[in-house]
Design a binder for this molecule. Sequence first.
Ligand code: SF4
Ligand code: SF4
Length: 338
Amino acid sequence: MPTMFSLALLAGGYLVSTPLLLLLIGLFFAIMLTIAHHRLRVEEDPTVVALIEALPGANCGGCGLPGCPQFAEAIAEGRAQPSDCVAASEETIKAVAEILGVEATAGVPRRAVIHCGAKFRERLRRPDYIGVATCTEMNMVAGVQGCTYGCLGLGDCARSCPFEAITMVAGLPVVNYRTCTGCGQCIEACPRGIITVEEMIDDPLLVIACSSQDAGKQVRANCSVGCIACGVCAKLDPETCEVPANLCTVKYSAERYGRTGDHEPAVEKCPTSCLLLVGAGIEDPHELVERKTREKVARAAARAAQQQRIAASSASNDAPKPGAAVDADAPSGKEDTQ
Ligand code: SF4
Ligand code: SF4
Protein backbone atom coordinates (compact mmCIF):
# COMPACT_ATOMS: atom_id res chain seq x y z
CA MET A 1 0.00 0.00 0.00
CA PRO A 2 1.37 3.48 -0.75
CA THR A 3 2.45 5.23 2.51
CA MET A 4 0.66 8.55 1.93
CA PHE A 5 -2.65 6.74 2.07
CA SER A 6 -1.70 4.40 4.89
CA LEU A 7 -3.37 6.61 7.60
CA ALA A 8 -6.31 7.70 5.53
CA LEU A 9 -9.54 8.18 7.44
CA LEU A 10 -13.09 7.93 6.41
CA ALA A 11 -14.96 11.28 6.58
CA GLY A 12 -18.47 11.72 5.24
CA GLY A 13 -18.09 8.60 3.19
CA TYR A 14 -14.98 9.93 1.39
CA LEU A 15 -11.52 8.59 1.81
CA VAL A 16 -9.33 11.59 2.86
CA SER A 17 -5.51 11.60 2.79
CA THR A 18 -3.53 12.53 6.02
CA PRO A 19 -2.11 15.87 4.72
CA LEU A 20 -5.54 17.00 3.61
CA LEU A 21 -7.06 16.03 6.97
CA LEU A 22 -4.38 18.02 8.87
CA LEU A 23 -4.99 21.01 6.67
CA LEU A 24 -8.72 20.87 7.42
CA ILE A 25 -8.10 20.56 11.18
CA GLY A 26 -5.69 23.53 11.06
CA LEU A 27 -8.22 25.59 9.16
CA PHE A 28 -10.95 24.74 11.67
CA PHE A 29 -8.86 25.86 14.67
CA ALA A 30 -7.71 29.01 12.90
CA ILE A 31 -11.34 30.00 12.31
CA MET A 32 -12.23 29.19 15.95
CA LEU A 33 -9.32 31.23 17.30
CA THR A 34 -10.22 34.20 15.13
CA ILE A 35 -13.82 34.11 16.36
CA ALA A 36 -12.65 33.76 20.01
CA HIS A 37 -10.22 36.66 19.60
CA HIS A 38 -12.96 38.95 18.34
CA ARG A 39 -15.59 37.83 20.84
CA LEU A 40 -13.41 37.70 23.97
CA ARG A 41 -11.13 40.65 23.23
CA VAL A 42 -10.66 43.10 26.13
CA GLU A 43 -10.58 46.64 24.86
CA GLU A 44 -7.41 48.39 26.08
CA ASP A 45 -7.88 51.77 27.67
CA PRO A 46 -5.89 54.23 25.48
CA THR A 47 -4.99 56.24 28.63
CA VAL A 48 -3.48 53.15 30.24
CA VAL A 49 -1.56 52.39 27.04
CA ALA A 50 -0.21 55.96 26.95
CA LEU A 51 0.70 55.77 30.65
CA ILE A 52 2.56 52.48 30.20
CA GLU A 53 4.58 54.14 27.44
CA ALA A 54 5.34 57.18 29.57
CA LEU A 55 6.41 55.24 32.68
CA PRO A 56 10.06 54.17 33.06
CA GLY A 57 9.29 50.48 32.48
CA ALA A 58 11.62 49.43 35.29
CA ASN A 59 9.00 47.10 36.82
CA CYS A 60 10.86 47.57 40.11
CA GLY A 61 7.80 47.26 42.35
CA GLY A 62 8.75 50.41 44.27
CA CYS A 63 5.17 51.69 43.94
CA GLY A 64 3.92 48.63 45.78
CA LEU A 65 2.42 47.04 42.64
CA PRO A 66 3.87 44.15 40.62
CA GLY A 67 4.95 46.28 37.66
CA CYS A 68 4.46 49.36 35.49
CA PRO A 69 1.27 48.12 33.67
CA GLN A 70 -0.50 47.56 36.99
CA PHE A 71 0.71 50.96 38.21
CA ALA A 72 -0.58 52.58 34.99
CA GLU A 73 -4.01 51.03 35.62
CA ALA A 74 -3.93 52.19 39.25
CA ILE A 75 -3.19 55.83 38.34
CA ALA A 76 -5.75 55.80 35.53
CA GLU A 77 -8.34 54.62 38.07
CA GLY A 78 -7.21 57.17 40.67
CA ARG A 79 -5.88 54.54 43.07
CA ALA A 80 -2.31 55.90 42.87
CA GLN A 81 -0.55 59.19 42.24
CA PRO A 82 2.07 59.76 39.47
CA SER A 83 4.58 60.66 42.20
CA ASP A 84 4.16 57.17 43.73
CA CYS A 85 6.48 55.90 40.98
CA VAL A 86 9.85 55.93 42.69
CA ALA A 87 11.79 55.47 39.46
CA ALA A 88 10.12 58.40 37.68
CA SER A 89 12.17 61.47 36.89
CA GLU A 90 10.64 64.93 37.07
CA GLU A 91 10.01 64.80 33.29
CA THR A 92 8.25 61.42 33.59
CA ILE A 93 5.97 62.72 36.35
CA LYS A 94 5.16 65.75 34.19
CA ALA A 95 4.40 63.53 31.17
CA VAL A 96 2.17 61.25 33.24
CA ALA A 97 0.34 64.22 34.77
CA GLU A 98 -0.22 65.64 31.28
CA ILE A 99 -1.79 62.38 30.07
CA LEU A 100 -4.08 62.42 33.11
CA GLY A 101 -4.80 66.14 32.76
CA VAL A 102 -3.75 66.87 36.34
CA GLU A 103 -1.07 69.04 37.90
CA ALA A 104 2.29 67.38 38.47
CA THR A 105 3.35 67.20 42.11
CA ALA A 106 6.72 65.70 42.99
CA GLY A 107 6.97 63.88 46.32
CA VAL A 108 9.98 63.90 48.67
CA PRO A 109 12.54 61.50 47.14
CA ARG A 110 13.15 58.31 49.11
CA ARG A 111 16.52 56.57 49.11
CA ALA A 112 18.11 53.45 50.54
CA VAL A 113 20.15 53.71 53.74
CA ILE A 114 22.55 50.96 54.87
CA HIS A 115 22.68 50.72 58.65
CA CYS A 116 26.17 49.22 58.92
CA GLY A 117 29.47 50.98 58.37
CA ALA A 118 31.94 48.15 58.91
CA LYS A 119 34.09 47.08 56.00
CA PHE A 120 35.71 43.63 56.23
CA ARG A 121 38.73 44.92 58.15
CA GLU A 122 36.56 46.56 60.81
CA ARG A 123 34.52 43.43 61.51
CA LEU A 124 36.30 41.52 64.24
CA ARG A 125 36.05 37.82 65.02
CA ARG A 126 35.28 36.75 61.47
CA PRO A 127 36.42 33.18 60.78
CA ASP A 128 36.71 31.92 57.18
CA TYR A 129 33.31 31.13 55.70
CA ILE A 130 33.16 28.18 53.33
CA GLY A 131 29.79 27.92 51.64
CA VAL A 132 27.50 29.41 49.01
CA ALA A 133 28.61 32.99 48.45
CA THR A 134 25.36 34.77 49.21
CA CYS A 135 24.36 36.70 52.31
CA THR A 136 21.15 34.66 52.62
CA GLU A 137 23.08 31.38 52.82
CA MET A 138 25.81 32.82 55.01
CA ASN A 139 23.22 34.19 57.42
CA MET A 140 22.04 30.64 58.12
CA VAL A 141 25.44 29.63 59.48
CA ALA A 142 26.09 30.43 63.15
CA GLY A 143 29.26 32.30 64.17
CA VAL A 144 30.22 33.65 60.76
CA GLN A 145 31.22 36.94 62.37
CA GLY A 146 31.26 38.47 65.82
CA CYS A 147 28.45 40.96 65.14
CA THR A 148 25.17 39.14 64.58
CA TYR A 149 23.48 42.35 63.38
CA GLY A 150 25.93 43.71 60.80
CA CYS A 151 26.38 43.38 57.07
CA LEU A 152 27.70 40.06 55.81
CA GLY A 153 29.24 41.63 52.74
CA LEU A 154 28.39 39.15 50.00
CA GLY A 155 26.28 41.65 48.05
CA ASP A 156 22.76 40.19 47.78
CA CYS A 157 21.50 43.77 47.94
CA ALA A 158 23.77 44.93 45.11
CA ARG A 159 22.64 42.04 42.89
CA SER A 160 18.98 42.76 43.62
CA CYS A 161 19.09 46.45 42.70
CA PRO A 162 17.38 46.98 39.30
CA PHE A 163 19.16 50.33 38.94
CA GLU A 164 22.68 49.13 39.75
CA ALA A 165 22.81 51.75 42.49
CA ILE A 166 24.81 49.65 44.98
CA THR A 167 28.54 48.97 44.74
CA MET A 168 30.30 46.65 47.16
CA VAL A 169 33.42 48.36 48.59
CA ALA A 170 35.61 46.12 50.78
CA GLY A 171 32.57 44.09 51.79
CA LEU A 172 30.24 47.01 52.41
CA PRO A 173 27.42 48.22 50.14
CA VAL A 174 27.76 51.85 49.09
CA VAL A 175 24.61 53.42 47.63
CA ASN A 176 24.86 55.80 44.68
CA TYR A 177 22.30 58.43 45.65
CA ARG A 178 22.14 59.75 42.09
CA THR A 179 20.80 56.45 40.73
CA CYS A 180 18.97 54.92 43.71
CA THR A 181 15.21 55.37 43.28
CA GLY A 182 14.13 54.10 46.69
CA CYS A 183 12.31 51.13 45.17
CA GLY A 184 13.15 48.98 48.20
CA GLN A 185 14.24 45.84 46.33
CA CYS A 186 17.44 45.79 48.37
CA ILE A 187 15.42 45.73 51.60
CA GLU A 188 13.81 42.48 50.47
CA ALA A 189 17.18 41.01 49.51
CA CYS A 190 19.06 41.69 52.77
CA PRO A 191 18.76 38.82 55.24
CA ARG A 192 20.12 40.99 58.05
CA GLY A 193 17.37 43.60 57.71
CA ILE A 194 19.86 46.46 57.86
CA ILE A 195 18.53 48.49 54.91
CA THR A 196 15.72 51.02 55.14
CA VAL A 197 14.34 53.51 52.66
CA GLU A 198 14.19 57.04 54.08
CA GLU A 199 12.79 60.32 52.81
CA MET A 200 15.66 62.57 51.76
CA ILE A 201 14.45 65.52 53.80
CA ASP A 202 17.97 66.90 53.41
CA ASP A 203 20.90 66.06 51.18
CA PRO A 204 23.26 64.98 52.64
CA LEU A 205 21.22 63.04 55.17
CA LEU A 206 22.42 62.00 58.62
CA VAL A 207 22.32 58.21 59.10
CA ILE A 208 23.28 55.80 61.82
CA ALA A 209 25.55 53.22 60.18
CA CYS A 210 25.07 50.50 62.78
CA SER A 211 22.27 48.11 63.70
CA SER A 212 23.78 46.41 66.73
CA GLN A 213 21.58 46.13 69.79
CA ASP A 214 24.49 44.75 71.84
CA ALA A 215 25.90 46.64 74.84
CA GLY A 216 28.94 48.86 74.19
CA LYS A 217 31.52 46.39 75.53
CA GLN A 218 30.23 43.62 73.26
CA VAL A 219 30.11 46.02 70.29
CA ARG A 220 33.77 46.95 70.82
CA ALA A 221 34.69 43.27 70.89
CA ASN A 222 32.93 42.71 67.55
CA CYS A 223 33.54 45.85 65.55
CA SER A 224 35.69 48.96 65.52
CA VAL A 225 33.00 51.22 64.04
CA GLY A 226 29.87 50.09 65.90
CA CYS A 227 27.62 52.30 68.02
CA ILE A 228 28.59 52.05 71.71
CA ALA A 229 25.63 54.15 72.89
CA CYS A 230 27.93 56.71 74.55
CA GLY A 231 25.34 59.48 74.06
CA VAL A 232 27.75 62.09 72.60
CA CYS A 233 25.50 62.52 69.53
CA ALA A 234 22.39 63.05 71.67
CA LYS A 235 24.22 65.76 73.65
CA LEU A 236 25.54 67.59 70.57
CA ASP A 237 22.47 67.13 68.35
CA PRO A 238 19.54 66.52 70.72
CA GLU A 239 16.88 67.50 68.17
CA THR A 240 17.89 64.70 65.81
CA CYS A 241 19.72 62.00 67.76
CA GLU A 242 18.54 59.97 70.70
CA VAL A 243 19.95 56.88 72.36
CA PRO A 244 16.99 55.05 73.87
CA ALA A 245 18.92 51.83 74.55
CA ASN A 246 22.09 50.40 73.02
CA LEU A 247 21.81 52.14 69.65
CA CYS A 248 21.54 55.74 68.47
CA THR A 249 18.37 56.61 66.54
CA VAL A 250 18.10 59.43 64.02
CA LYS A 251 14.70 61.13 64.09
CA TYR A 252 13.72 61.96 60.52
CA SER A 253 11.06 64.51 61.30
CA ALA A 254 11.08 67.42 58.84
CA GLU A 255 10.34 69.86 61.69
CA ARG A 256 13.10 68.65 63.99
CA TYR A 257 15.76 67.51 61.58
CA GLY A 258 17.52 70.86 61.12
CA ARG A 259 20.13 71.79 58.52
CA THR A 260 23.11 69.72 57.42
CA GLY A 261 25.55 71.94 59.30
CA ASP A 262 23.75 71.27 62.57
CA HIS A 263 24.76 67.60 62.46
CA GLU A 264 28.44 68.02 61.71
CA PRO A 265 29.64 68.33 65.37
CA ALA A 266 27.95 65.02 66.25
CA VAL A 267 29.40 63.35 63.13
CA GLU A 268 32.88 64.63 63.97
CA LYS A 269 32.76 63.74 67.66
CA CYS A 270 31.17 60.28 67.42
CA PRO A 271 34.04 58.19 68.87
CA THR A 272 33.40 55.22 66.59
CA SER A 273 32.42 57.17 63.44
CA CYS A 274 29.10 55.35 63.10
CA LEU A 275 27.18 58.56 62.36
CA LEU A 276 27.59 59.41 58.69
CA LEU A 277 26.30 61.88 56.15
CA VAL A 278 25.13 60.32 52.87
CA GLY A 279 23.79 61.89 49.71
CA ALA A 280 24.19 62.59 46.01
CA GLY A 281 27.25 64.79 46.54
CA ILE A 282 29.10 62.34 48.79
CA GLU A 283 31.16 59.81 46.87
CA ASP A 284 32.21 57.62 49.79
CA PRO A 285 30.61 58.32 53.18
CA HIS A 286 33.08 55.92 54.82
CA GLU A 287 35.95 58.19 53.85
CA LEU A 288 35.27 59.85 57.22
CA VAL A 289 36.33 56.65 59.01
CA GLU A 290 39.57 56.56 56.99
CA ARG A 291 40.27 60.23 57.71
CA LYS A 292 39.63 59.83 61.44
CA THR A 293 41.91 56.77 61.53
CA ARG A 294 44.67 58.73 59.77
CA GLU A 295 44.23 61.61 62.22
CA LYS A 296 44.33 59.22 65.19
CA VAL A 297 47.56 57.62 63.94
CA ALA A 298 49.10 61.07 63.36
CA ARG A 299 48.06 62.21 66.88
CA ALA A 300 49.55 59.05 68.46
CA ALA A 301 52.81 59.59 66.52
CA ALA A 302 52.94 63.23 67.62
CA ARG A 303 52.36 62.21 71.27
CA ALA A 304 55.11 59.58 71.09
CA ALA A 305 57.54 62.09 69.54
CA GLN A 306 56.73 64.63 72.26
CA GLN A 307 57.26 62.05 75.01
CA GLN A 308 60.62 61.17 73.47
CA ARG A 309 61.61 64.84 73.43
CA ILE A 310 60.58 65.26 77.09
CA ALA A 311 62.51 62.12 78.07
CA ALA A 312 65.61 63.31 76.15
CA SER A 313 65.48 66.79 77.68
CA SER A 314 65.03 65.48 81.26
CA ALA A 315 67.95 63.10 80.65
CA SER A 316 70.13 66.01 79.53
CA ASN A 317 68.99 68.08 82.59
CA ASP A 318 70.07 65.20 84.89
CA ALA A 319 73.53 65.02 83.30
CA PRO A 320 76.28 66.93 85.33
CA LYS A 321 77.02 70.37 83.96
CA PRO A 322 80.61 70.93 82.79
CA GLY A 323 82.65 72.31 85.66
CA ALA A 324 80.08 71.25 88.32
CA ALA A 325 81.34 69.64 91.59
CA VAL A 326 81.43 65.87 91.39
CA ASP A 327 80.27 63.79 94.34
CA ALA A 328 83.33 61.66 95.13
CA ASP A 329 81.18 59.03 96.85
CA ALA A 330 78.85 58.51 93.90
CA PRO A 331 79.54 55.26 92.05
CA SER A 332 80.74 55.76 88.51
CA GLY A 333 79.33 53.84 85.57
CA LYS A 334 82.69 52.36 84.96
CA GLU A 335 82.92 50.99 88.55
CA ASP A 336 79.41 49.45 88.12
CA THR A 337 80.46 47.41 85.14
CA GLN A 338 83.53 45.97 86.81
S1 SF4 B 1 19.65 50.79 46.21
FE1 SF4 B 1 17.82 49.67 46.90
S2 SF4 B 1 16.20 51.21 46.96
FE2 SF4 B 1 17.88 52.06 45.74
S3 SF4 B 1 17.31 51.56 43.63
FE3 SF4 B 1 18.66 49.92 44.36
S4 SF4 B 1 17.28 48.36 45.16
FE4 SF4 B 1 16.08 50.24 44.92
S1 SF4 C 1 23.49 44.88 53.30
FE1 SF4 C 1 22.53 42.87 53.58
S2 SF4 C 1 22.34 42.04 51.50
FE2 SF4 C 1 23.76 43.75 51.36
S3 SF4 C 1 25.79 42.81 51.52
FE3 SF4 C 1 25.15 43.42 53.60
S4 SF4 C 1 24.13 41.61 54.50
FE4 SF4 C 1 24.29 41.30 52.27
